[in-house]
Design a protein around this ligand. Structure first.
Ligand SMILES: Cc1cc2nc3c(=O)[nH]c(=O)nc-3n(C[C@H](O)[C@H](O)[C@H](O)COP(=O)(O)OP(=O)(O)OC[C@H]3O[C@@H](n4cnc5c(N)ncnc54)[C@H](O)[C@@H]3O)c2cc1C
Length: 376
């Protein structure tokens, strides 16, 4: 599947390529902590100065309002230039907090937060999951009691990526006492420096702390920080997840094709050997993911749940590519190189943003029309 490029799109591609070739930093981003934040914000600052930040955002909010096709070209050039992964600490702010504020926020929220997100001044994290409420998000228990013009928040979130270095959090809490499931929730902007918040980083098996537990002990958040209406948080959260699952994943999907080419180069496998056959299969599968990405970008998905197909296929292929890399590297895979780190991180692909089992449930029930699983 190929893009039908107009002259204007070709010009855009060449301008993007030239800029990226001269601005992409040569060093690999630090894995965690303040150093990773400095690197990511410096890179976003450079993108912003060059006019390449917020490409999907509407022009009224400082973005470029690019069409999906042109955005696809940008990300093709982005991964070709081996630019830093888009899945860094600026990801939440740029790809779902900002777009959620644009869709559901008040004028004051937009005026304050959007410029700070676009130029990298504000890092955001997401506080949706709780111990016992991940796949089943509607069972969440963290509460926000209305007291005058404030919410008083108590409870715990977990797996909140970059919570240790973020200034703000998309916080989903239960604000209507006695409410059940998706009713009575609110989506709130939580200033991470407020008294009563404790952040405890969690180390993953790659040895880095990308995510954290966050504890809330009588945290007072002004009611003006509610986004999309008090007790209406489920609708706002679905808006957020819709952004997370759509354009935000484009670069990551296209990146797989680049990774497999790197692996082929690194392996130097003899033609018709077992290794070269594995690599050929993986290259074909990466091309299929690329085609699926094109399909969802270039025409409306056939069902609103097509994203689950791409998400599942991407996650499982990413793991297979990294497993193949570990096999090819042999004993070297036990050392602390970038492929080893990426191999260990790839295990999270079938968990983050909705597990593989949940994606299969969605595909089965919503796309194939199979009977729904029993609900408690
Ligand atoms: C790298 C990474 C980053 C993350 N970042 C964030 C973040 O920034 N903010 C945030 O809020 N969350 C974040 N998460 C959390 C993520 O959203 C949850 O881990 C995910 O939704 C799964 O929830 P859980 O871990 O509670 O597992 P559970 O929901 O407890 O699931 C446990 C197992 O049971 C299976 N299962 C559950 N329900 C069903 C079912 N109905 N049918 C079949 N199988 C089922 C699951 O597939 C899984 O295998 C992150 C996770 C990872 C790995």
């Amino acid at each position: 599947m190929k893009l039908d490029e107009t002259e204007e799109m070709r010009d855009f591609r060449m301008t993007a390529r030239t800029w990226l070739d001269t601005h992409v930093p040569e060093e690999r981003p630090p894995a965690e902590g303040a150093a990773s934040r400095e690197f990511a914000t410096a890179w976003l600052g450079a993108l912003h100065e060059g006019g390449w930040a917020g490409l999907a955002w509407p022009e009224d909010y400082g973005g470029k309002g690019l069409s999906p096709e042109t955005l696809l070209i940008w990300y093709e050039e982005y991964v070709r230039a081996r630019a830093p992964s888009t899945l860094d600490c600026t990801f939440v702010a740029l790809n779902h907090a900002g777009p959620t504020l644009i869709a559901c926020g008040s004028d004051a929220q937009k005026a304050f937060h959007l410029p700070r997100i676009l130029d990298g001044r504000a890092i955001w994290c997401q506080g949706f999951s709780e111990p016992g409420s991940g796949s089943d998000l509607a069972s969440l228990k963290t509460t926000g009691r209305v007291e005058g013009d404030h919410l008083v928040v108590n409870g715990q979130k977990i797996w909140s990526s970059f919570a240790d270095i973020a200034q703000y959090q998309e916080l989903l809490i239960r604000t209507e006492p006695g409410s059940k499931r998706h009713k009575g929730l609110s989506w709130v902007i939580c200033d991470m420096s407020l008294p009563g918040i404790t952040v405890r980083p969690i180390k993953n098996m790659a040895g880095v702390s990308h995510f954290a537990e966050v504890f809330y002990d009588d945290v007072r958040i002004p009611l003006t920080e509610v986004v999309g209406g008090l007790h209406n948080g489920w609708a706002t959260a679905m808006t957020t997840l819709g952004f997370e699952r759509r354009t935000a994943a484009m670069a990551l999907q296209l990146e797989l094709s680049v990774k497999i080419e790197e692996l082929i180069e690194m392996a130097g496998a003899a033609p018709r050997s077992a290794v070269s056959e594995t690599l050929c299969d993986l290259r074909a599968e990466a091309a299929a993911i690329r085609a699926m990405t094109y399909r969802t970008v270039l025409r409306e998905p056939e069902t609103p749940f097509d994203g689950s197909l791409v998400r599942l296929a991407f996650a499982e292929l990413a793991q297979r590519i990294h497993r193949a890399a570990a096999d090819i590297l042999g004993p070297e895979a036990l050392t602390d190189g970038p492929w080893t780190h990426d191999y260990l991180e790839s295990y999270s692909e079938t968990i983050a943003g909705g597990t593989a089992e949940i994606q299969r449930n969605i595909i089965g029930e919503r796309i194939l029309g199979l009977p729904r699983e029993a609900r408690a």
